[in-house]
Design a protein around this ligand. Sequence first.
Ligand code: DGL
Length: 270
Amino acid sequence: MSNQPIGVFDSGLGGLTAVKQLRAIMPHENIIYFGDTGRVPYGNRSVETIKRYAAQDARFLLSHNVKMVIAACGTVSSTATDLGDNLPVPYVNVIAPTAKAAVEATKNGKIGVIGTRATISTGAYKKEIEKIDSSVKVFQKDCPLFVPIVEEGFFGTDDPIAMLTAERYLKILKDQKVDTIILGCTHYPILKAVIGEYVGQDVRLIDSGKETALYASSVLAEKSLLNSSQTEGQCEFFVSDRTEGFSQIASIFLRSNIGDNVSRVDIHNF
Ligand code: DGL
């Protein structure tokens, strides 16, 4: 049993969608969150840059004595695939648990994967799905505009920009009649209603944050690392750029108000 915090990082604040799920599934765990707001977005960057940033992010979390590192970021998870190799604590990323949930969910064997340009270009989800079940057909689509759309707050089904963008990006998946779509980016769960409205309510939308939180909890249980305390876990938030306005953007992803409990860190020191 361990009351050390779980470390979670993302390129920015989108990874708070995973924190929301972690808190729901493991309410007694303490969490340290790092959002690399000074260098976001990662999704259009090169493999070398994403790997270097991810290694620094993980080192920052380790300096806080975390018992596990979780990459909530789809871009990091698909690109910095060797990040966990040299970490002294268990490392969890979004790819394997989310791919497994999608394979379990599909009935017609057609899965769509959406993510940033970097995530889709690695083919990481496709490879993982085909490893689990080679008969499944995978259709991928990068949806770069979804990130700024969410950050601008355009995520209602009554928002024409959100709905038109969904149609532009997702028509190809709808035409292929996928019955399951992996929301392979931190921001996309916020667009669940928009995406569901366009592709139809019968299509299952797999939230990478939720599946990863469930998997992380099983890894901690297996390694006897869950917190035995029955008090509510504490969250500490760190960012690499200005802290002003943090609570406003954070509340989009967390769906709750967390106040201004945030500190700035110079990530170049890690
Ligand atoms: N967090 C990123 C992801 O999940 C999206 C934002 C970015 O491009 O950095 O892929």
